[in-house]
Ligand binder design. Sequence first.
Ligand code: T5A
Length: 212
Amino acid sequence: MTAPFIVFEGPEGAGKSGQVARLAERLRSDGRSVVVTREPGGTPIGERIRDHLLRPGLEVPPVTELLLFGAQRSAHVELVVRPALARGDIVLSDRYALSTLIYQGVARGLDVEMIRSTTAIATGGLEPDLYLILDVDPEVGRSRQVSSGAAPDRIEREDLAFMERVRAGYRDYAAANAHAELVDASATPDTVAAAILTVVTARIPEWGSSGQ
Ligand code: T5A
């Protein structure tokens, strides 16, 4: 039985990183073997590309941005995701290819067919079993980001209209795709974690016996 590949998505400040860690802890406490990873990043070369992609003030033309996200993803899939799934580990990734479709496609306005082509090269067709899309109002997400005290990165400096397009893109995607589930991320972290566990348990019953 193959272990699931679960990806967390959503706008800035939706709480993805914290919820990835919580789900991993829960699965590990049940005796599962879990790999936690992220994009951009997840590999040494991917983390270096991440530094360039997120550095404030660096001029990155949209197609260059698209190709850099694709470049880090191909390393991530080849060096981390596929080997982990082959070992039978559950993979939890903080972002994956859907981020490119939403940020570079819906929000930046790049051609969707160009995005699909570069994604196909980068992933070799590997799709997650489940996209968990954490949905939050961009103003709430931004205020969480400000309260965290972390300096905003290059993409977090985009205006609110950009973030509204991101949110709308995710909501539309969730409505149209069976392998995506929208989770209300405006509640407390405990409530969001409980909702995620309900979704995961209902959507992927086989994770109860995978990765052991
Ligand atoms: N990108 C990425 C693309 O444009 N294309 C791509 O293909 C890919 C892969 C990645 C950036 O790159 C873009 C998208 C992003 O802009 P990142 O640092 O990984 O950069 O950015 P995010 O994934 O957006 O990370 P954030 O840190 O902004 O948000 P998270 O992970 O959603 O949230 P988290 O868990 O770090 O929490 C943020 C703060 O909110 C609080 C936390 O304590 C923390 O302080 N918080 C809550 N507060 C109240 N209630 C809750 N329920 C809360 N949950 C979290």
